[in-house]
Design a protein around this ligand. Structure first.
Ligand SMILES: *Cc1c(COP(=O)(O)O)cnc(C)c1O
Length: 388
């Protein structure tokens, strides 16, 4: 590797911050009250986040995992119910359902977009199914037209796992404006972050009010008599996190703009490398915030893929092996799981099986780099695969 290429790989750092975060943190500090009931930052952040996503209501919480758990609970998920999740996703999608005592039912994903396959979803619906959880993989919005129709026809609710989809749009509408509940994450690697954190957007006031109660130990906002109205837990976001997230939200559009310019170039360069297939999009996803730059190396073994990832890291790329199908983890089988063996599920999820072996992703900070750096990324990938 030449020095020039090495120099080319100094991508912007993540997370990013400037005086806006510092000012926000001092503002929260000097309020004298550091939780949401005494301060203003969480409330203002919720208003700004809801407005940005076209949602009537947003509730800030402690993590994306908690956001999913709370949303599912509000949708009536509990013991005796089932939640359909894509097999290829971060484990929180299935874990949130399982934590509530529900069975997580993994179904296969589309081999190009890596989003939930609607036909296999339809086939998995039973009279116990209480929710379908599409994941907008790396910012590609799942087929919401077909999912909304399936939801209307079956009466099963949709919960969008929007942990990768801050600012994403489906046919010009933000994910909070699509008529279903959406859950977001603000963990350190996500597109906007306070280290940890999450949010849920709601189309209906009633769901939002119930979620507020449940996220605050079942206690109404103004309660002074310990009259806890519902069961719940403490998922409240603190004022410091919210103050940082307000600054992060204000910076999001310009970052999305840069990533939307870089990805088509990088995808084109990657697809020019024999054996490499970048993640496909969907023309109806009119805004993709690009949480990951993902590509597949079809036919590669898992072992060799892992060696490729190690080599990419060694050459200076922030590269990662993609998620493992959720049913290929010990965690999945520790809680309520389908009455099927792992190999039975694997047989009906061939694309998730393949993605577990052959998919690689690069951190989104690469897409905040220069055009020249997109060429450098493709050069390194081609070089490592020995096919340049
Ligand atoms: C990050 C992530 C989550 C969970 O978010 P945390 O804030 O880390 O709890 C859920 N779903 C998906 C798809 C994620 O990538």
């Amino acid at each position: 590797m030449t020095d020039t290429v090495q120099r080319n790989l100094n991508f912007p750092e993540w997370p990013q911050y400037d005086d806006a975060e510092k000012t926000g943190l001092m503002r929260a500090l000097e309020q004298g009250q550091w939780w949401r009931i005494g301060g203003q930052e969480v409330e203002l952040f919720e208003e700004e986040f809801a407005a940005y996503h076209g949602a009537p209501h947003a509730l800030a919480v402690t993590s994306g995992t908690h956001a999913l758990e709370l949303a599912l609970q509000v949708m009536g998920v509990g013991p005796g119910t089932e939640v359909i999740v894509p097999a290829f996703t971060f484990i929180s999608s299935s874990q949130a359902a399982q934590r509530l005592g529900a069975v997580a039912v993994p179904v296969d994903v589309d081999p190009a977009t890596y989003c939930i396959d609607v036909r296999t979803t339809e086939a998995a619906i039973t009279d116990r199914t209480r929710a379908i959880m599409p994941v907008h993989m790396a910012g590609v919005v799942a087929d919401m037209d077909a999912l909304e129709k399936l939801s209307a026809d079956s009466g099963v609710g949709l919960l969008q796992d929007a942990a990768h989809a801050h600012g994403a749009e489906w046919r010009g509408r933000r994910v909070g404006d699509l008529g279903s509940v959406a859950a977001f994450s603000f963990q350190n690697g996500k597109l906007m972050t306070a280290g940890e954190g999450g949010a849920v957007t709601f189309p209906e006031a009633e769901q939002y009010e119930l979620a507020f109660l449940r996220h605050s130990c079942g206690r109404p906002r103004t309660d002074r008599s310990y009259l806890h109205r519902t069961s719940g837990s403490n998922f409240r976001m603190n004022e410091f996190s919210a103050s940082v997230l307000r600054a992060q939200l204000a910076r999001l559009d310009s970052q999305i703009e840069t990533r939307e310019q870089r990805w088509p170039l990088l995808a084109e360069l990657l697809s020019g490398i024999p054996g490499v297939e970048p993640q496909g999009g969907d023309a109806r996803c009119t805004r993709n915030p690009h949480y990951m730059a993902m590509f597949r190396i079809p036919g590669i073994t898992e072992e060799r893929r892992n060696a490729v990832v190690d080599a990419l890291i060694e050459r200076g790329l922030p590269a990662f092996a993609a998620f493992r199908a959720v049913y290929r983890t010990a965690a999945f089988w520790e809680m309520a799981a389908p009455q099927e063996g792992v190999e039975d599920i694997a047989r009906r999820c061939p694309h998730s099986e393949a993605l577990t072996r052959d998919c690689v992703w690069l951190h989104h900070r690469t897409l905040l780099g220069t055009e020249e750096q997109m060429h450098a990324i493709a050069d390194v990938v081609a070089d490592v695969l020995g096919r340049s």
